[in-house]
Write a protein that binds this ligand. Structure first.
Ligand code: BGP
Length: 477
């Protein structure tokens, strides 16, 4: 049985801050200006020119605390804490716009290179393995303004150029590469996933969404090809967000709907990236939604040849499929779903379903027969810092414990699980709500929703619990 690497994860746009140090604006910097509706799924949030203009004009906004660095100035201290925690592996992302502010420079921003040099060096010194997300949502804004982001084939070449720099500079440090975070987010949330912007306010065009996804698939295959040609030692993965669908009732219609939701929402992107071909079930879907993909023979051959080595997914909560809209709606990661009466939920309505994680591990391994990684999982909550510098997050410990039990059960049932990553291992800005108050970390960061605070780090109770859990896992090997 393979041993599971126990890890933690962050993303550059939610962790780093330090916008002033030569970083270009990217799509995630516009996030706080996106219009929202009360129970909107992210699909309704579209990045329009008005949003871009507002983000550019803003001088005092905080995402993620542009003034006063959240992570960049603290990386040494943070990596020391991760080492003290005993992490086997750290997942983080490289900011494309920190290296290439408009995506088109011929030489990278030196301050960005220096920062990542330091991060990789510190991780190596501490003997922490690296899982590198090359693109966690954020696309340089200039690429969006000049070319309409991933809708344009040209973005593939710009991304490959960025990847080539990363490979050549830091290739030796990386154990696992991920070309795109939650690639299926592009479907639910074109803003997030594909940096798909300047969509007309009213229009959510499937044609643009799926053409953009196709370009990302090709980009993924091209960087895998390049990485292999360069002889990189790291393995390449693909990642989707998983929701563990249940049919709302035992009505056959609901069951069929569940299968179809799984196919389109959950498996489609992974089927392409892992199997190398567009799955049969997308043809009727494309037809129904007037999607006519532009593809070339060469691109399809690339997809076939350069599939991923491992599969990974994020999992926070399960969801329900229903042909009717019966039942109370609740939020989940990227999707709005019907409330499951058998489950408790976080303060944000995300339902807690550890058995759903075990089920998902089986489904993913059964479908792809490749090593599986849980690239993100965790519990967002409001934490309270006591006057004596403690955080008693027993709710997070309970969440970890219940989920870890199911992971170990799936492993003993034969699923080849390679790694687990606790999301937002250090408190970072929430992607969905843009607030600091939705905390996932085992390390507390003293900053509030406006970015005010000392930025001092404190170990939560969950820090000691996870530290002990990792130690015990190593002892039992
Ligand atoms: C995932 C994203 C992460 C992360 C997480 C939690 O979809 O990959 O970037 O933020 O969700 O979401 P939130 O921050 O909205 O609680």
């Amino acid at each position: 049985m393979n041993r599971i690497y126990w890890g933690g994860a962050t993303a550059s746009s939610q962790y780093e801050g330090a916008y002033e140090e030569g970083k270009g604006l990217d799509t995630q910097d516009c996030r706080p200006y996106l219009p929202r509706t009360s129970n909107a799924t992210t699909t309704t949030r579209l990045l329009t020119q008005a949003v871009i203009d507002e983000a550019k004009a803003s001088t005092d906004q905080f995402y993620p605390f542009r003034k006063g660095s959240l992570g960049v100035e603290h990386c040494q201290e943070d990596i020391e804490l991760l080492a003290e925690l005993g992490l086997d592996i750290y997942r983080f992302s490289i900011s494309w716009a920190r290296l290439f502010p408009t995506g088109e420079e011929s030489t990278p921003n030196q301050a960005g290179v220096d920062y990542y040099d330091q991060v990789f060096k510190l991780l190596k010194e501490k003997n922490i393995k690296v899982f590198l997300t090359m693109n966690h949502y954020a696309v340089p804004l200039a690429i969006v303004e000049n070319y309409r982001g991933w809708t344009n084939k040209k973005t593939i070449a710009l991304y490959v150029k960025f990847a080539e720099f990363v490979f050549k500079r830091w290739g030796d440090y990386v154990d696992f590469w991920l070309p795109f975070n939650e690639i299926n987010a592009g479907y639910f949330s074109p803003y997030n996933g594909v940096g798909l912007v300047k969509l007309e306010e009213a229009g959510y065009k499937f044609q643009d969404v799926f053409q953009s996804l196709h370009h990302q698939f090709v980009a993924s295959a091209r960087v895998i090809k390049l990485g292999r040609e360069l002889g990189l030692r790291g393995e390449f993965g693909a990642m989707v967000s998983c929701f563990c669908y249940y049919p709302n009732t035992t009505k056959p219609e609901d069951n069929l709907k569940m299968v179809q939701d799984e196919q389109v929402n959950q498996w489609f992107c992974m089927d392409v990236l892992s199997n190398g071909v567009y799955p049969y079930y997308m043809q009727p879907f494309f037809k129904q939604h007037d999607v006519v993909l532009e593809t070339t023979e060469e691109e399809l051959a690339l997809l076939k040849e350069h599939t991923c080595d491992f599969v990974s997914f994020s999992y926070y909560s399960s969801a329900i499929s229903s042909v009717t809209e019966e039942g109370q709606q609740t939020a989940g990661n990227l999707v709005v779903t019907t409330k499951n009466p058998h489950l408790k939920a976080s303060e944000w309505g995300w339902q807690i379903d550890p058995i759903g994680l075990r089920t998902t591990l089986h489904k993913v391994y059964d479908r792809y027969q490749k090593p599986v990684m849980i690239a993100e999982n965790g519990f967002g909550a409001h934490d309270e810092l006591t006057t004596t510098g403690e955080i008693h997050d027993d709710y997070r410990i309970a969440y970890f414990k219940e989920h870890f039990d199911e992971i170990l059960a799936a492993q003993s049932e034969g699923v080849d699980i390679r790694a687990y990553f606790a999301w937002g291992i250090i408190d970072i800005v929430s992607a969905g709500s843009c607030e600091m108050g939705k905390r996932y970390g085992v390390i507390y960061v003293d900053a509030d929703n406006q970015g005010h605070g000392t930025y001092n780090r404190y170990k939560k109770d969950s820090f000691y619990w996870y530290q002990n859990f990792i130690k015990e896992q190593h002892q039992s090997e």
